[in-house]
Design a protein around this ligand. Structure first.
Ligand code: SF4
Length: 335
């Protein structure tokens, strides 16, 4: 029997485990090995995750489990994503979906975002969590590599109303050497499909001399799906098996992105102190409509919001925003 959650379609027969080691086969069905066990729950500003166009200003409860279906050489969360899950079981939290949602409400969160490892490897637990979150009217989002099967894409879209998809590179050589997958075809297919149903933002972590040559082609691809999709270009400081790699050159990426900005109105460049690529400009008249502050390393926050009603205050042009603008301390919870 094969697992149908991601395009690896691992053989789980006779007690075998797949690449992520998070599913097993039992009684003719694919089941989670460690259901409803969580590696992380913490609070974050949604801009830090990053989401710049979903629920601006809100407070997110961020969660994660263990395992991943990719094998990225530069993974910043390798300990959680690539260790043998069984070796970390004693460190996991056990919360029912209701308990997790109740904690999010109590701490004044406005949404829940799965952002530590890959959600595809814990989809059954996340499906249960989504039911409890819906009952509390709490939207759910995630960060994902989008390597799931088409069937699982529908499942994901039923769980998450907003997603940030990591489109890491396009060449088959890069996918094989740096991600451990055959090619980016399924990711591109899923982005096209999900764009019709779900609020999408896309992130590309740039590694110097490895995938920086893909910047133009990635911008062209996003523009062909929907130019209104926000694109986060992330200066990657490689970890895991690439600790000795060079840090990306800010000036070179900056120059390359000027061209992309002609195709995509919402291009951002983060993960270094002092970036002036973290504000949103009106696509129609270029007035700054959302201003943010970035400390680098995921410390982004919203500082000024000028587009109430999702419109530019200067020209009235539409700004792509999913969900309402929310103030960090305006939670319905008791925290
Ligand atoms: S989700 Fe895990 S077990 Fe299933 S196909 Fe992907 S890597 Fe294999």
């Amino acid at each position: 029997m094969n697992c149908n959650f991601c395009e690896r379609r691992c053989d789980l027969s006779d007690g075998k485990l797949g690449v992520c080691r998070m599913y097993r086969q039992e009684d003719g069905a694919v089941r989670e090995r460690f259901p409803l066990r969580w590696s992380t729950y913490m609070l974050s500003r949604i801009e830090s995750l990053p989401f710049y166009h979903a629920y601006p200003g809100s407070r997110s409860m961020t969660i994660g489990t263990l395992g991943c279906n990719f094998d990225c050489r530069y993974c910043a969360n390798g300990f959680v994503a690539k260790s043998d899950p069984e070796s970390l079981l004693d460190d996991l939290y056990e919360f029912t979906p209701r308990e997790l949602v109740a904690m999010a409400v109590k701490r004044g969160c406005h949404n829940i975002v799965f952002n530590v490892n890959e959600p595809t490897v814990s989809l059954l637990s996340l499906q249960q969590l989504a039911k409890a979150a819906a009952a509390a009217e709490m939207p759910m989002g995630c960060l994902t590599n989008a390597y799931m099967t088409e069937e699982a894409t529908h499942l994901m879209a039923g769980i998450f109303s907003f997603m940030n998809i990591s489109l890491k590179g396009l060449s088959a050589e890069f996918c094989r050497e740096y991600l451990g997958i055959a090619d980016a075809g399924p990711v591109l297919r899923n982005i096209r499909n999900l764009a019709a149903t779900t609020h999408l933002e896309i992130t590309t972590p740039v590694i110097q001399s490895v995938n920086d040559g893909d910047i133009d082609r990635i911008a062209e691809f996003i523009a062909s799906v929907d130019p209104k999709i926000p694109w986060h270009v992330f200066r990657l400081l490689p970890e895991h098996k690439m600790k000795d790699a060079d840090y990306p050159n800010v000036a070179a990426i900056d120059k390359a992105l000027e061209k992309s900005r002609r195709l995509l109105p919402y291009v951002y460049f983060h993960n270094f102190v002092g970036s002036d690529w973290v504000n949103t400009l009106c696509p129609h008249c270029k007035t700054p409509v959302i201003e943010r502050f970035s400390l680098g390393c995921g410390g982004d926050r919203l500082s000024r919001y000028h587009c109430l009603g999702d419109k530019c205050p200067a020209c009235g042009g539409a700004i792509n925003i999913h969900g309402r603008r929310t103030y960090w301390n305006s939670g319905e919870g008791t925290a």
